[in-house]
Design a binder for this molecule. Structure first.
Ligand code: FAD
Length: 531
């Protein structure tokens, strides 16, 4: 790796692209969601020469639109997917060890109601099997609760239909931050991931096998040819577009989440509860908000039509009102997001019935495609894809190391100490640590060095453009710090501070600033108005 270039600094982009063009890669990955990012780290840490291209920002696809749970998938037991439950369940504690700043233990409350999806006996049995398959130990094991015990834990639950319930262990995460941390870590192992480069077409050798890709730089429109012995298609819901095959491999399922202020839905902890139909949904507190989701409906339109619909918001609100004694309305919704599950087609099965397991296939021309799966299983998916890449390269495979590659250098207490030594409040520390992990130390350094604003937002912005390849305001407020979802009431204030300093210091020309702000506002309007 050319150590003189900080690949993650947006100002190095043109030298970084030149660096990529001069290489002949072993593996090129198309797609910078969790699947591609996981493969990038696995392959680079096993000694392969790796490039990754992402046509928008890293994690801007489904990998920032999930329920943000690292979970064994209790509901997959219903589909008798024991291997999936075992694999994803066991992954949870591994991911917690690798990234404790973004994979955090979370107790999930499971109310059982009259005529609901669950009954006491089957739930108890299912949770026992779940704990066994997911290797849940000690205090983390599930507990069955009486009606009074569950009401003690969550007084907002309606008591008339309530029969009892259970509490079990899950982990919550930040999907886009996890993806970005993997991308950043892969660079330490010599990988070359780059965003805003779109793969348009393949190039072939004399035998007709793929040996590279024609791409376009989305900022300059320049055409770039990148050489690679193997190409892996990890494009999630875009898989069929990249495959250009006549028969579709995937079926897409749409899922939405809505965000309401905590004071409108003041639950004590995460709850997995019956929706108004025969499905179950989550309510998960985060910062000063609670998010609720999700839906699961077949999506057959163009991706530009991917918006949250009023009827979907009503479905989630009605489901909340059906289970909890609160007065809440769709006008209380302050934000939302919508994503597409890339599911591998399985005959004529409905999207709700299709397994979430991943599949890998290789085309006649040598393109490896990995599709389906879950955020939770990204590490194992990566391992399988890279094992296949080694076989295709006819190289002796090295063992995957990602089980021991930590995504942080300094632990929470060390970071807190540094903040305290610098006279910062715990509130400032917690917010920055929860977003950037030990990257918060660099934000602190920039904050002191620039000494320009009393608010951290300016230092945060400089951090992401210097150390996270963040190119736009929209990417900053979505994939980088999720402010448009969980701090939407602060975004205008943040924008005022940024505008004052960024335009003044010529980071932005006035017209560029205006354009970026319009893009951000347009997105904010899309996630707050529902038709
Ligand atoms: P994506 O994140 O979509 O990444 C694919 C990337 O490829 C995109 O960024 C796209 O821009 C890029 N791309 C496409 N074409 C090209 C091209 N030609 N050139 C360059 N780049 C290209 N899983 C869990 O484990 N826990 C959950 O709680 C959970 N909740 C979910 C809730 C919902 C509503 C949904 C929809 C999914 C949920 N999932 C969950 C599943 C999980 O989010 C997905 O399985 C995962 O994010 C898919 O990641 P991916 O990298 O395959 O796809």
């Amino acid at each position: 790796m050319d150590r003189k270039i900080n690949f993650l600094n947006t100002s190095s982009r043109s030298s970084y692209i030149k660096h990529i063009l001069n290489r002949n890669f072993d593996v090129l990955i198309i797609g910078g969601g969790i699947t591609g990012a996981g493969i990038c780290l696995d392959a680079a840490s096993r000694g392969l020469n790796v490039c990754l291209i992402e046509m928008n920002d890293f994690a801007s696809g489904t990998s920032s639109k999930s329920t943000k749970l690292i979970h064994g998938g209790l509901r997959y037991l219903e589909q008798l997917k024991f291997r999936l439950v075992h694999e994803t369940g066991s992954e949870r504690s591994i991911l917690h060890d690798l990234a404790p700043h973004i994979v955090k233990a979370e107790k999930m409350l499971l109310p059982i109601i009259k005529n609901g999806k669950l009954n006491k006996i089957s739930t108890k049995a299912a949770l026992l099997v779940y704990d066994y398959l997911a290797n849940v130990k000690g205090d983390d094991r599930n507990k069955v609760l009486s009606k009074n015990q569950i009401l003690d834990k969550e007084p907002l639950l309606k008591s008339n239909n309530l029969l009892g319930g259970a509490i079990y262990s899950e982990y919550r995460t930040d999907d886009s931050r996890l993806t970005i941390d993997l991308i950043k870590k892969s660079i330490d192992y010599g990988a070359c991931p780059i965003n805003y480069v779109k793969g348009d077409d393949f190039t072939y050798n004399k035998k007709g096998l793929i040996n590279g890709i024609k791409c376009s730089d989305k900022f300059s429109d320049e055409i770039i040819n990148i050489n690679s012995k193997i190409i892996i298609n990890a494009t999630g819901s875009w898989t069929d577009e990249v495959l250009k095959s006549r028969s579709k491999k995937l079926v897409l399922s749409k899922g939405i989440h809505i965000v309401v202020p905590k004071n409108k839905f003041n639950i004590n902890q995460s709850v997995y509860f019956d929706a108004i139909d025969s499905r179950m949904i989550f309510a998960i507190p985060r910062d000063g908000t609670v998010y609720i989701g999700t839906t699961d409906t077949k999506f057959e339109h163009g991706k530009d039509k991917l918006d949250v619909l009023e009827k979907e918001v009503e479905y989630l609100i009605d489901s909340v009102k059906n289970t909890f004694s609160i007065s809440i309305d769709k006008k209380d919704v302050i934000s939302s997001w919508v994503g597409l599950r890339p599911l591998v087609k399985d005959g004529n099965k409905k999207v709700t019935e299709i397994s979430r397991k991943d599949e890998i296939f290789i085309s006649e021309k040598g393109l490896i495609t990995i599709a389906g799966g879950k955020l939770t299983g990204y590490r194992k998916m990566a391992q399988r894809a890279v094992d296949l890449a080694f076989r295709s390269l006819k190289m002796k495979s090295k063992k995957s190391k990602t089980k021991s590659i930590k995504l942080f250098k300094y632990n929470k207490e060390f970071c807190r100490k540094k903040f305290n030594e610098n006279g910062m409040t715990d509130k400032n520390f917690e917010r920055l640590y929860n977003i950037y992990g030990d990257g918060c130390l660099e934000v602190l350094k920039i904050f002191h060095k620039e000494n320009i604003s009393k608010d951290f937002i300016f230092a945060e912005y400089l951090y992401v453009i210097r150390y996270e390849m963040c190119h736009t305001l929209l990417d900053f407020f979505t994939q980088r710090n999720s402010a448009v979802y969980f701090e939407i009431d602060q975004v205008n204030r943040y924008l005022d501070i940024l505008e004052k300093h960024l335009v003044k210091r010529k980071f932005f020309k006035k017209d560029k600033w205006k354009k970026e702000k319009v893009n951000l506002k347009r997105y904010m309007s899309r996630i707050t108005t529902f038709n």
